[in-house]
Design a protein around this ligand. Structure first.
Ligand code: SAM
Length: 277
């Protein structure tokens, strides 16, 4: 039986992050019935289409696309159904599409988003780290100082931190985490949904040693556990006492907060209790 034609508009379609079996039935349906597919790299999307036996026209759309490219796409969506995919996973999640969706909303183009794979969510659910609150922070900056600044900014966020990372940069990232947040549990999820999938947890030092001995390959999600409360961190008292040998309680609390990610106010209260009278 012939299916109803798709209504014009923008269809955001998540695609597999490694295992082609993870494409959803709805994604196949929309990719089959849309008039064109906006994609990052036409070679990557053509491979997925070949797997599905499809030959829809592919239109390039990425972070380098201009305002004029976006306007052309928006104009097409007024009378055609257009799908947006990225190379892998959910478009817009560390992938192009945000500006296009904003422009489509401003132009009152109907938008549908089809849920599907995203490496951040697969990694988080595998990691055993708390999932009740998490903060997805995309890729860490490449430069050491900028990386450290981002980690210092996020140190006290009471949530599991989730970053995308690349294999060549993992070692450096773990070194910076070891310096900035030494007491925190870290998880490294690699090659998710693929044959050599692994998820390894430990301290940043342990994982740094492991990956120095076994240089990682493939795509990586790096996660950092939330800061523990003072009572759960046996080292907090020792660190405070050491810091108070040279600093006032408020400065000692700020210093230990930076190192551990613990709450500065709680540490200050504890420092006042520990302070010799
Ligand atoms: N939009 C994608 C998503 O929803 O997951 C992410 C695109 S981002 C450009 C690519 C990054 O996602 C990789 O560098 C890696 O950090 C992560 N990633 C993608 N696929 C992965 C996989 N199979 N295993 C682990 N990480 C993956």
């Amino acid at each position: 039986m012939e299916k109803e034609p798709l209504l014009p508009g923008l269809y955001i379609v998540a695609t597999p992050i490694g295992n082609l079996g993870d494409i959803t039935l709805r994604a196949i349906d929309i990719l089959t019935r849309c008039d064109a597919i906006a994609c990052e790299d036409s070679r990557v999307t053509a491979k997925l289409l070949r797997h599905l036996g499809l030959r829809q026209p592919l239109w390039r759309y990425d972070d380098h696309s201009s305002e004029a490219d976006r306007e052309r796409l928006i104009a097409a969506m007024r009378d055609k159904p257009v799908a947006l995919v990225s190379d892998a996973g959910t478009p817009l999640i560390s992938d192009p599409g945000y500006r296009l969706v904003r422009a489509a909303r401003a132009a009152q183009i109907p938008i549908t988003s089809l849920p599907g794979p995203s490496a951040a969510i697969v990694a988080l659910t595998l990691s055993g780290l708390p999932t009740d609150r998490f903060l997805f922070a995309g890729f860490l900056p490449v430069k050491d100082k900028a990386r450290r600044d981002v980690l210092d900014d996020l140190a006290r966020v009471p949530a599991t931190l989730v970053f995308y990372e690349t294999a060549p940069r993992l070692g450096k990232a773990l070194d910076v985490i070891a310096a900035a947040l030494p007491g925190r549990e870290v998880a490294v999820a690699r090659e998710l949904t693929k044959t050599f999938e692994e998820c390894r947890t430990g301290s940043p030092h342990e994982l740094g040693d492991h990956y120095r001995a076994h240089p990682p390959k493939g795509e990586i999600v790096l996660m950092i556990a939330p800061p523990a409360s003072c009572e759960e961190t046996p080292d907090a008292d020792r660190l405070l006492l050491e810091a108070m040998e040279y600093e006032k309680p408020s400065q000692a609390a700020a210093q230990v907060a930076r190192r551990t990610g613990l709450d500065r106010k709680q540490l200050y209260a504890r420092a006042m209790e520990l302070k010799p009278r």
